[in-house]
Each structure stands twice: as structure tokens, then as C-alpha cells.
Write a protein that binds this ligand. Structure first.
Ligand SMILES: Nc1ncnc2c1ncn2[C@@H]1O[C@H](COP(=O)(O)OP(=O)(O)O)[C@@H](O)[C@H]1O
Ligand SMILES: [Mg+2]
Length: 252
């Protein structure tokens, strides 16, 4: 890719507890319009990376840039106005508020553009318009995920950060969520998505990073990583091959 990245981190080191680094020099870049995937084992620091970008973890060294501006260490409210949208993995809707009120919360810093943004998000999520008065707490996990994404999109972010949007959903709902993420990206929004469902993630993203122990261990296009034997062996699981080997060993 050429041109200026929409977001990039350089040698990012960050952590929660003094003396313990969770990110150990993490370099991740997203160019405008890209759908970037971040996969990797549990505890690798994937959520920590998103939280570090979103001003929720102490950054010890390294930098984060958004469209050329150094945004290292800025707080979440400032980042939202600068164009970073974040959908955390849990507790990402206000359950006692209606769908419409949740979307209004997303737009609290720019109430004047409500009509335009409401139209944009309900084109992506038509069911939110027809059910706008429904309480978010009464929705299914998949529907809440859509409300959370829609809320983040209300601010017209330059980059949308998604933490495991498919987690906890049924396989059918997972597929639907991946399709929605793809549609959001096709509508022109750059996306950085962390996913435990590595295969699905690699199937839809333009480029991806494998995060291991807080470092970007591998990167490439989704297709390249799906075909990379090292990535397959270490991170995608080889259940089918293991079952075959087991059958062979047992002579069945
Ligand atoms: N709030 C926290 N305080 C202290 N340690 C944390 C906190 N959140 C996460 N960690 C630790 O950071 C490491 C990476 O966690 P995380 O970024 O959530 O991993 P991933 O999202 O890749 O599964 C883990 O060892 C986890 O225990
Ligand atoms: Mg996580």
C-alpha cells in the first residue's frame, strides 16, 4: 500500500501493572479503506492493543498516529472527536436506553448531524430504524453488537476499532456479523478488527497481523496468512490433521 496510513502504531510498548509490559513493540498500520484483522492466541495482547490506541492503557514507549497526527496517550473522549471509533467486546450498549437513545449517545459531541448519520447507519442496519424505540437490553447478543457498531459509526470515524464482534454469537449470527463488518468497510470506513475466529477474520480482511506475546509476529494479506503453513500450524489449529493422525495411529 502507498499513501498516508489512517492509523499506525510504531514500536508500541504498553501495560497495566508497573514493570509488566503486555505490548512489546507492536507495529500495526491501517491504510484508508482497509479492513485490518488482528488475530492471535488468548492473552496475546489483542484487546490491549485496541485499548492502547483508545487511550485506556498506559503507553510506555512508541507512538500512535492518526492521519499524520501523533495521538499517543490522548484520552478516549478526545480520540472520539478526532475520528477514532471503538466497540469494546463487552458492555457496549446502554441496556436501559432505547436503540435510538443509544445512537444519540454515540453522537453526543455533534448533535446537529443526527439526521445524516442516522440515515447512514440505518442504511447499514435497517432493522435499527424500524425498532428504534426498543430497549437495547431486550435485544439478542447479535443485535446488541449491531447497535454498538452503529453507535460508534454515528461520529463518522476515520477508523473503527472492533474487539471480537463475533464472540458469544451462534455460528449463523457470527456469519451475519462478519458480513456487516464487511459492509461497513465497503461503505468507506477503515476498520481494525480483533477476532478469535481467525479463519473467518482472514477470509474477509484485506490484511492481517498475528499478535503473539505483544508483538506483531506475522503480517500479510488475509489470503496469504490463510495459506501460510507456519500461521496455520501455530495459530489456526490443525484439528482435521490431528484427527487424521489420531485415526491412523489407532488403525481406523
Ligand atoms: N486490566 C488489566 N490489568 C492487568 N492485566 C491485564 C488487564 N487486562 C488484561 N491484562 C493482561 O494482559 C494480557 C493480554 O490481555 P488481552 O489484551 O486481553 O489479550 P487478548 O485480547 O489477546 O486475549 C493478559 O495476560 C491479561 O491477563
Ligand atoms: Mg481480547
Amino acid at each position: 500500500m502507498t499513501g498516508e496510513p489512517v492509523l499506525y502504531s510504531t514500536d508500541l510498548v504498553a501495560g497495566y501493572i508497573p514493570g509488566v509490559n503486555i505490548l512489546n513493540g507492536c507495529n500495526i498500520t491501517a491504510y484508508p479503506g482497509e479492513l485490518i484483522g488482528i488475530i492471535g492466541p488468548n492473552g496475546a495482547g489483542k484487546s490491549t492493543f485496541l485499548k492502547a490506541v483508545f487511550g485506556q492503557v498506559n503507553i510506555r514507549s512508541g507512538t500512535i498516529h492518526l492521519k499524520g497526527d501523533d495521538i499517543t496517550g490522548l484520552k478516549a473522549d478526545k480520540l472520539v472527536t478526532k475520528g477514532v471509533g471503538m466497540v469494546p467486546q463487552n458492555n457496549n450498549v446502554f441496556p436501559t436506553l432505547s436503540i435510538e437513545e443509544n445512537l444519540e449517545m454515540g453522537l453526543f459531541q455533534r448533535p446537529k448531524v443526527w439526521a445524516e448519520r442516522f440515515e447512514f447507519v440505518t442504511e447499514l442496519f435497517p432493522e435499527l430504524a424500524s425498532r428504534r424505540k426498543q430497549r437495547a437490553g431486550s435485544l439478542s447478543g447479535g443485535e446488541r453488537q449491531m447497535v454498538a457498531m452503529a453507535r460508534a459509526l454515528m461520529m463518522d470515524p476515520s477508523v473503527l476499532l472492533l474487539d471480537e464482534p463475533s464472540a458469544g454469537l451462534s455460528p449463523v449470527r457470527q456469519d451475519e456479523t462478519f458480513l456487516r463488518v464487511h459492509q461497513i468497510n465497503r461503505a468507506g470506513v477503515s476498520v481494525i478488527m480483533v477476532e478469535q475466529n481467525a479463519r473467518r477474520c482472514l477470509q474477509i480482511c484485506d490484511r492481517a497481523y498475528v499478535l503473539d506475546q505483544g508483538t506483531d509476529a506475522y503480517t500479510g494479506t488475509g489470503r496469504e496468512l490463510l495459506k501460510d503453513p507456519k500461521v496455520t500450524e501455530l495459530y489456526l489449529g490443525t484439528l482435521a490433521a490431528d484427527v487424521d493422525a489420531d485415526k491412523k495411529a489407532r488403525g481406523v
